[in-house]
Design a protein around this ligand. Structure first.
Ligand SMILES: [Zn+2]
Length: 194
């Protein structure tokens, strides 16, 4: 919330209520107050100025959702970063974030990336079909290649995870064996030991 309200702030209407206080604050306004100086200069010092009248009705609901306890609870397991990054990669590969794109292009990039992320490359063919766009030979082939690559990467990932699980299980068994040995005051009986 600090990040948008800091951006909405102007000299006439500072809105730094969410910014951290004190002389060490990243917020120049709160820092000035912490140092007992008169805070001003929003025009130069707010690096991402946001027009409150134009944007707050659109941005505020998103920020409310992003900071809601409900959503944060769902992120507690910390397993959301990789899927999120993978999804973002699909979006930015369709429309680079370094260049300006039309709203239509951004919307199409988001929708097609979400479809592919959730249902695989075949979803793109389904979208084209629904829109009445004939899929050419190369488009079809590309789709199949992407599906194949996706399956391969997924199986590699699964193998890696299975190996890690196996290693952890073996380490836990070894630890339990050593603890049991220590409890019994010597090495336990094992086949071939005597
Ligand atoms: Zn601030």
């Amino acid at each position: 919330m600090a990040s948008i309200y800091h951006g909405f702030s102007t000299d006439d209407h500072p809105q730094h209520q969410f910014c951290p206080p004190g002389p060490d604050s990243w917020c120049f306004y709160k820092r000035s107050i912490g140092e007992h100086l008169y805070p001003s200069g929003h025009k130069v010092r707010v690096h991402t100025p946001l027009n409150y009248n134009l944007l707050h009705q659109h941005l505020e609901p998103i920020y409310n959702w992003l900071t809601s306890i409900d959503l944060l609870r769902r992120c507690e397991l910390k397993t959301t970063q990789n899927p999120n990054e993978s999804f973002h990669h699909s979006v930015w590969s369709r429309c680079s974030k370094k260049n300006f794109h039309s709203l239509r292009r951004v919307q199409f990039a988001l929708v097609s990336a979400a479809a592919e992320h959730n249902s695989g490359p075949a979803a793109i063919s389904a979208i084209k079909k629904a829109l009445g766009i004939q899929e050419g030979y190369h488009g079809h082939r590309l789709c199949q290649q992407r599906a194949k690559k996706r399956l391969y990467l997924s199986s590699q990932e699964q193998q890696k995870k299975a190996k890690k699980r196996k290693k952890m299980r073996a380490a836990a068994q070894e630890k339990a064996r050593l603890e049991k040995e220590a409890e019994e005051g010597g090495p336990a009986y094992q086949a071939g030991m005597f």
